[in-house]
Design a protein around this ligand. Structure first.
Ligand SMILES: *Cc1c(COP(=O)(O)O)cnc(C)c1O
Length: 401
């Protein structure tokens, strides 16, 4: 016998096949996964959850919007020449994002590898072939402020270059030599590094060395998409699958035309390149363009107000539990969205932030949050409307039982 759920699924299989572009609108959290002919995650036994954490790679970051999914499916229906699509999408992105040139990469990490590779090799086929094992005839060092070292800087080292760490301006200038290929900057570390963004760009200009700014998680605000190329950074990277809500494995490399062309020379569809394993398919390329278009047309005020209302709701509900202290905050640069931290009085409550996090994960519905042993951290950025009520209620239930 068909359950109601199966019946709905079977009925919806007909329009699904007939009109691939008619995805069910998924604003209602209860409809997620429904309207599709098969519940694949369920079949696989893979847990799905409410994402109160944010755009974390391991948690699959963000969900693509309807328009983005439609573009993805559209692209899957016809053949094109990949280089031609790269050219046209690059031109369109550069226009939209007010920079000289742009390319879609396989995530911000690949933008960093390909951008660095382009700086090293230019369009020289022999050099493109030689990296990362043999950097002879090329510059081989990238200067980075110690406070800007990050878990993603492997993406720079993938090209075979050596990172030179500095702290002060005199150390920085002393480290510059004929081996220096590039200066690398981590945008969210701007407040903690001794050399700030504008001065960093000025150093690049003074010594004639390209500057790279990793802005992967730095939208919102939208204007960051052109702020740093405007400021004079030669290359800037963004994730396509975080705030932009494009495909998770896509990213943007923006900046100087000659450097983008050199990065392209190191990328797919060119074989025998460092970027050959960082393929971006036509579906990802087109749907990231559409994600950018969508993002630029967003009603940011309304969206922000919704996130704030959701945070305030969680705050109001959970702070009514004795022993819970909350703090609402907005990170200054990366993940710049309303966020909330819960501090738990372990004398009064049976839970620590860690055990609460696990209880939320193991509950029904499963809810993912972040934070450390001191606090349980959340954002409403990736919540569907209404999910904040479930999150607040579950926290309260778990803490009071
Ligand atoms: C997420 C992130 C990256 C990697 O971005 P992907 O798009 O996942 O490749 C690089 N740098 C920083 C600072 C990030 O937050």
């Amino acid at each position: 016998m068909l359950s109601r759920r199966n019946l709905i699924r079977n009925l919806s299989a007909i329009p699904f096949i007939g009109g691939l572009l008619n995805f069910k609108k998924m604003t209602d959290f209860q409809s997620i996964g429904e309207g599709y002919p098969r519940d694949f995650f369920k079949e696989l036994g893979v847990r799905t959850f409410i994402n109160a954490a944010g755009t974390y790679t391991a948690l699959t970051s963000s969900l693509m919007t309807e328009e983005v999914k439609n573009a993805y499916l559209y692209a899957s229906t016809q053949f094109v020449n990949l280089n031609e699509l790269h050219d046209r999408i690059g031109e369109r992105l550069a226009q939209l994002l007010r920079c000289e040139a742009a390319m879609v990469t396989s995530g911000a990490a690949s933008a960093i590898t390909l951008g660095t590779a382009g700086v090293l090799t230019g369009l020289d086929a022999a050099k493109i072939d030689k990296i990362p094992g043999d950097l002879s005839g090329m510059k081989s060092e990238v200067i980075i402020q110690k406070s800007h070292r990050v878990g993603y800087d492997h993406a720079i080292r993938n090209t075979g270059i050596k990172l030179i760490e500095v702290e002060t301006l005199p150390q920085f200038e002393k480290a510059i030599s004929e081996k220096t290929a590039m200066f690398w900057f981590l945008n969210y570390a701007n407040p903690v590094g001794q050399i700030k963004d504008k001065d960093f760009v000025a150093l690049g200009k003074k010594y004639g060395i390209p500057t790279f700014n990793d802005c992967a998680a730095d939208v919102p605000p939208v204007e960051n998409l052109w702020k740093y190329t405007d400021m004079g950074f030669d290359l800037v990277a963004f994730s396509g699958g975080k705030g932009l809500q494009g495909p998770q494995s896509a990213g943007l490399l923006l900046g100087r035309k000659d450097l983008i062309l050199a990065a392209r020379a190191n990328a797919v569809p060119n074989g025998n390149t460092i970027g050959r394993g960082m393929k971006v398919n036509k579906e990802e390329m087109l749907s990231l363009l559409v994600a950018v278009e969508n993002y630029l047309n967003k009603d940011f005020e309304t969206e922000w107000k919704m996130w704030e209302d959701q945070i305030n709701h969680i705050h109001d509900v959970v702070s009514s539990v004795p022993g819970v202290k909350t703090e609402i905050h907005i990170p200054e640069i990366a993940n710049h969205v309303p966020s909330i931290r819960l501090y738990l009085d372990v004398q009064k409550l049976k839970h620590s932030p860690d055990s609460l996090r696990i209880a939320l994960r193991n509950g029904h519905p499963s809810i993912e949050t972040v934070g450390g042993s001191d606090s349980l951290d959340m954002t409403t950025w990736m919540l569907n409307p209404g999910e904040e009520r479930i999150v607040a209620r579950r926290i309260k239930e778990i803490l009071l039982t």
